[in-house]
Ligand binder design. Structure first.
Ligand code: CA
Length: 489
């Protein structure tokens, strides 16, 4: 009921930006929006990765702006993707989970009538397309041309749904997505500005590299995170019960890490295989990104095209002994964000001061296209930051996660992060809290919640979280009521 009412309001608000465009006729750059799946913030050469080399991601950073404090507001594929498209928090766009687990399996996904930045660009005359991973259950709307993987897609010889027809393609998923992007760019009507969403499956599970990269990093020494052996002392039961232990992941049992190995050895070997294969699939992302950037150069589109590069969520690579995401810890919620704009974001600047969010991308792209971001969007345009200006900016943001009970068994949680502190709340029974001081404890291992000397800080952060929830209309529960069902369906 609440969601239907929200959609109605949104549909009514959608017409405003078009009017503005007709009056002002601002310049309209092309938009190339690149998104990977589960790429963490430091999985790029330019971010100082000790092993991985990504010359094409680095090229966007060198010619644009790199945000090093970029976060998602829900570290899960579907919810984050819907937030990128709509500029809304999960509880408002309604995609609160991936549709996994017994409680959520019939969730419809993104409502076709839900306005997105792509709908608004198309109404304003853009030619719009998406190629690659969509993962929002419903079929895409608002696109002139689309070719998506069904569900998660597969790495080898993937199927795609193109305009309603299923086709099987040959090759590695990243190369297929690169081909599809070039097909869109070649076939598009040249007299209209374009907006292409170029979305890779990599580096999502189960990390099968292209044949040419199967032996990349064979001899590399994989760094061991400081918290690999974290005993989780003083931490919530919710963390201990999460099924994300790197020692137990089954993915590499037939790739050199048999289940018969002792747990400590299995943990180290799983970490090594995970990191190497995660980086291997990012090599083919970078190559295909390069093909498309080269095309823009060859066709002299570079000066008229905005390029944005990001990911839908981060990923644990052994921190706290974990893999996967969902939790509000830094490796899970931080993402890469690179923006190259021919006039506004140039010169390889690094913005390490402003906390920017996945919900900011939709209003940003609309503003860069000369449209006023609708007031109903929760995010705010990064355009002033791209110019290097210093507008008043957020000093805290809200995080939310709902997919429980489901795979990986991570209980519902929400939290608030400021530049220095992070408060996390598992609100269903048994209620649990975490508080971290990121300045003195960047690895998030010392839970300060419940300590008498932190009482004032806890109170302030709880009040802050309540304010932030009110600001984005987060009242009550967006999903089904709590259930006692086991989390592993
Ligand atoms: Ca993801």
């Amino acid at each position: 009921m609440r969601r239907r009412a929200a959609l109605k309001t949104l549909a009514g608000a959608a017409a405003a930006p078009l009017l503005r465009l007709q009056q002002a006729q601002p310049p309209r750059p092309n938009i190339l929006f690149v998104m990977t799946d589960d790429q963490r913030h430091d999985a790029m050469g330019v971010a100082g990765n000790p092993i991985l080399r990504t010359p094409n991601m680095d090229r966007i950073a060198a010619e644009g702006v790199r945000f090093t404090q970029a976060f998602v507001t829900n570290s899960l594929c579907g919810p984050s993707r819907a937030s990128v498209l709509t500029g809304l928090y999960s509880h408002a766009h309604g995609v609160i989970t991936n549709g996994a687990g017994p409680v959520y399996k019939d969730q419809p996904g993104l409502a076709p009538e839900q306005p997105t930045f792509v709908h608004l660009l198309r109404e304003a005359g853009y030619y719009t397309g998406i190629v690659g991973k969509w993962h929002l259950r419903s079929l895409p709307t608002g696109f002139d041309q689309w070719a998506i993987f069904p569900g998660q897609g597969v790495y080898k010889d993937p199927e795609m749904i193109a305009g309603g027809t299923r086709v099987k393609l040959r090759g590695h998923a990243d190369d297929v997505v690169g081909d599809q992007a070039l097909t869109f760019l070649t076939q598009r009507p040249k007299e209209r500005p374009f907006c292409l969403l170029f979305q890779f499956k990599s580096p999502h599970r189960a990390w099968f590299p292209a044949e040419r990269h199967e032996h990349a990093f064979d001899d590399a020494v994989v760094p061991v995170p400081r918290t690999l052996e974290d005993r989780l002392q003083g931490r919530p039961e919710a963390l201990r019960r999460a099924e994300m232990a790197i020692a137990d992941m089954p993915d590499f049992r037939d790739r050199g890490v048999p289940a018969s190995l002792p747990p400590a050895e299995r943990k180290r070997k799983n970490l090594e295989q995970l990191v190497k294969n995660y980086y291997r699939v990012l090599l083919s992302v970078d190559e295909n990104l390069g093909r498309v950037l080269d095309y823009l150069d060859q066709e002299k589109l570079r000066e008229s095209t905005v390029v944005v590069y990001t990911s839908d969520n981060g990923f644990f690579l052994g921190e706290h002994g974990l893999f996967d995401k969902r939790l509000m810890y830094e490796p899970s919620i931080r993402v890469p964000l690179l923006v190259r704009h021919p006039a506004r974001a140039t010169g390889g600047r690094v913005d390490g001061r402003h906390m920017v969010l996945n919900v900011d991308l939709a209003p940003t792209l609309l503003e860069l296209a000369g449209l006023a971001p609708p007031a109903w969007m929760h995010g705010r345009s990064l355009a002033p930051l791209l110019d290097g200006r210093e507008p008043p900016w957020r000093d805290a943001f809200l995080y939310e996660y709902y997919e429980y009970p489901a795979e990986h068994c991570v209980r519902k949680n929400r939290g608030v992060r400021t530049a220095r502190f992070k408060l996390i709340h598992f609100w269903e029974q048994p209620e649990e809290w975490e508080l971290y001081d990121l300045a003195t404890d960047p690895d998030e291992t010392e839970n300060l919640a419940g300590r008498p000397e932190q009482a004032t800080r806890m109170r302030e952060l709880r009040a802050r979280m309540a304010d932030l929830r009110r600001e984005v209309g987060d009242v009550g529960e967006p999903g089904p009521p709590p259930v006692a069902a086991p989390c592993h369906a």
